[in-house]
Design a protein around this ligand. Structure first.
Ligand SMILES: NC(=O)c1ccc[n+]([C@@H]2O[C@H](COP(=O)([O-])OP(=O)(O)OC[C@H]3O[C@@H](n4cnc5c(N)ncnc54)[C@H](OP(=O)(O)O)[C@@H]3O)[C@@H](O)[C@H]2O)c1
Length: 174
């Protein structure tokens, strides 16, 4: 089983504005995101992202994907097929039958997964935007991880996708 973090971010590492706005994300980026989720058949998101994602039009694309929301508390689920996990490890355990698991934000959840050493690979879609303030890719925990570059591709004429593997041997740096 492989855990893949998939995120779009500005050139300076923001995944949303301070008001949760992500209006700089493009149709091509949404298609790339939906396609990796459809292929994996499952998705893990944090409680704040869940409430935003389930109101977005592309959410219809995830009808057949198993969706896990991570929260310390109970969450009002918008569909009975969704499930709540109380930690990143519990979320992964709930999806242990899947070959690939997609983790898709937000910043607090991403940091929890990295800190728990649960991520194997990262895809980053780099958007041609700089935000002076907002929500960073990783938020609220301190850690350091080494990456191995696996590849890159253009997902549109202005967006590059970077692909990395987390180097596990060096990953216990606090
Ligand atoms: N650009 C992109 O690709 C992208 C993708 C996804 C999201 N986003 C943006 O990211 C923003 C949301 O990010 P965020 O950092 O504010 O919130 P978030 O990570 O989506 O959700 C945070 C919540 O998740 C739960 N959680 C996280 N780690 C946990 C852990 N280890 N154990 C138990 N529960 C845990 C907690 O819920 P409780 O408080 O309920 O305990 C926490 O308050 C939104 O603006 C969204 O649009 C952007």
């Amino acid at each position: 089983m492989k855990v893949i973090l998939y995120m779009a971010m500005t050139v300076n590492g923001m995944i949303a504005g301070t008001d949760d706005k992500t209006n700089w994300l493009t149709k091509e980026e949404a298609e790339s995101y939906c396609s990796i989720v459809r292929e994996a058949g499952c998705l893990i998101v944090g409680r704040r992202t869940y409430h935003i994602l389930t109101k977005q039009p592309e959410f219809q694309e995830f009808n057949n994907a198993k969706l896990i929301v991570v929260s310390h508390n109970d969450v009002r689920l918008v569909d009975p097929s969704h499930a709540v996990a109380h930690s990143p490890q519990e979320a992964v355990d709930l999806l242990s039958d899947f070959r690939e698991i997609i983790v898709a934000g937000g910043g607090i959840l991403n940091a929890s997964f990295l800190a728990a050493n649960l991520v194997d690979e990262i895809f980053l879609d780099i958007e041609p935007v700089i935000l002076g303030a907002g929500i960073p890719l990783f938020k609220g925990q301190s850690f350091e991880r080494d990456l191995k570059f696996l590849g890159q591709k253009m997902i549109s004429d202005s967006e590059i996708q970077l692909h990395y593997e987390i180097v596990k041997e060096n990953s216990y740096k606090g």
